[in-house]
Design a protein around this ligand. Structure first.
Ligand code: C2O
Ligand code: CU
Ligand code: CU
Length: 511
């Protein structure tokens, strides 16, 4: 069954959800150890190790049989450094894929060849403010913006996308997004599947019209409130995605690149998913899940062993029903088909990575957190602590100190809000720029536990994250540290329609 377009019934389902008191217990995590995130994080000086020209341009790709689809896409060229520092994703509007080593210095010349303002944001990377792609830095058509930074992040699956205010949703929807893969020696020593056995899987939903052109409804009221939901699943920009595989182990790097759809992913035959990495790279050890919840912008790397499979066997990744908008019904995401057998032993290491946490975490978590309440405000807009986006402003409670370790709490207020839409509550994938955080704890109000439980079994809260799903009636606490860079960063809902409506705020790191 294909994913449904959002119905009025479903829209109404999310309104009028009851409220309840949120009680957080003071339990402290015991998983945080070792040193800080990054050794040094200074911008590149002089000649960078890798220099890339990146442009955003209109184009056409063959997606469906018949007429080609008009898209917007990024194209890149390596000006300096290894030729494989950037590679294109064949037959796709998506990409390119950056392949960098931790420690490399990078310069990217971004040229805007679109008909409107744009800017590139490196999602998940720890970069100086000038390289963060804040909407205030958006450039006009014909202009170029130069990014300079050092790759200090852990090996992992990061990505990049446009970030102009009010137009992120439509620009990503038109095709602008790519992956930024970071490699390091720790990861190399593990012998994980690499090369052609290490594959990107970018999941998106789209709507096509009768002429094979993309339809973005993001301007309508229902789409703005709920977020855009497509009726067709694309993987790496392709419909009915089939992956020919060898009978051996693979690493699949999943990115939910959808504007707002939340996936509940599972192998159709019930094989548990083996998760080895999250937003910020490898987990301490692999973990097994019956299903995986992947909210917009989140990544998860799966380790998949096809070695026990027969030639010609088909293994399907599906979306299971959940309470997420558009989430009723089972529909396929992709099929892997074993087209050759290979005699390669599939060895999954039981220890993957030292997580490099924060030793002081316990003490910090006993202090009161910085609380951000998410709710539907007046004028039918989603708000954070009652506010919507202001380009250059920060409120008093949005100023933090360089070097501080803090606990932030996102509380998704059930039944709050005012006016006609009062009481509407939706899941919000909350994202913080410029850093990776740890998820400390979650609390759900009893009235909404049942809704929560349709997705909560698939949360992967261990490891490092830059985006966390906050369900209706839920409070999530995260631990974060402001390191190396001062200036204006942002935090926002990564449901792109919510973001474009202003469910986004700045925070300022001060020395
Ligand atoms: Cu991927 Cu400000 O976002
Ligand atoms: Cu980001
Ligand atoms: Cu939201």
């Amino acid at each position: 069954m294909p994913p449904k377009q959002i119905s009025r019934r479903e829209f109404l389902k999310w309104m009028g959800i009851g409220s309840g008191a949120v009680l957080l217990n003071g339990c402290t995590p015991n998983f945080l150890t070792a040193s800080s995130l990054s050794p040094t994080a200074l911008p590149a000086a002089g000649s960078p190790d890798v220099e890339v020209a990146l442009e955003a341009i209109p184009g056409e790709v063959q997606i469906l049989p018949g007429q080609a689809t008009r898209v917007w896409q990024y194209r890149a060229e390596v000006l300096r450094g290894p030729a494989d520092a950037v590679r294109a994703l064949p037959n796709s509007y998506l990409g390119p894929i950056f392949n960098l080593q931790r420690g490399q210095t990078v310069r990217v010349h971004f040229s805007n060849r679109l008909s409107e303002k744009s800017i590139v944001h490196w999602h998940g990377l720890h970069v100086p403010v000038e390289a963060d792609g804040h909407p205030r830095l958006a450039i006009e058509p014909g202009e170029t913006y130069v990014y300079d930074f050092t790759v200090v992040d852990r090996a992992g699956t990061y990505w990049f996308h446009p970030h102009p205010h009010g137009r992120t949703g439509p620009q990503v929807y038109q095709g602008l997004a790519g992956l930024f893969l970071v490699h390091d020696s720790e990861e190399n020593s593990l012998g994980l599947p690499s090369g052609e056995y290490d594959l990107p899987i970018v999941i998106q939903d789209r709507i096509f019209d009768g002429d094979n052109q993309l339809v973005y409804g993001g301007q309508g009221m229902m789409d703005q409130m709920l977020g855009f939901l497509g009726n067709r699943i694309l993987v790496n920009g392709q419909p009915d995605f089939t992956l020919p595989v060898a009978g051996r182990a693979y690493r699949l790097r999943l990115l939910n690149g959808s504007n707002s759809r939340i996936y509940k992913l599972a192998w159709a035959d019930g094989t548990p998913l083996t998760v080895i990495a999250t937003d910020g790279g490898l987990l301490e050890q692999p973990l097994w899940k019956d299903y995986l919840t992947l909210a917009p912008a989140q990544r998860a790397d799966l380790w998949v062993d096809f070695s026990g499979r027969e030639l010609g066997e088909q293994i399907q990744l599906v979306n299971l029903p959940s309470a997420a908008p558009g989430g009723d019904g089972v529909f396929p995401i992709l099929s892997a088909v074993v087209d050759r057998l290979e005699d390669v032993p599939a060895a999954l290491p039981d220890r993957l990575s030292a997580l490099n946490g924060y030793e002081e975490a316990d003490a910090v978590n006993r202090r009161s957190p910085r609380v951000f309440t998410l709710e539907m405000g007046r004028m039918m807009s989603w708000t954070i602590n009652g506010r919507t986006f202001e380009m250059l402003e920060t409120a008093e409670d949005e100023v933090v100190r360089l070097g501080d370790l803090e606990v932030w709490q996102f509380t998704n207020q059930a039944g709050g809000g005012m006016g006609m839409m009062g009481g509407m509550t939706l899941p919000h994938p909350m994202h913080i720029h410029g850093l990776q955080f740890r998820v400390l704890e979650r609390q759900i109000v009893p009235e909404l536990r049942e809704v929560w439980e349709t997705l909560s079994g698939g949360f992967v809260d261990s490891g490092w994250h830059d985006t966390v799903l906050v369900m209706p009636g839920e409070s999530v606490r995260v631990l974060l540290k402001f390191e190396d860079f001062t200036g204006l960063y942002m935090y926002h809902c990564h449901n792109l329609e919510h973001e474009d409506m202003g469910m986004m705020r700045n925070f300022r790191v001060e020395a």
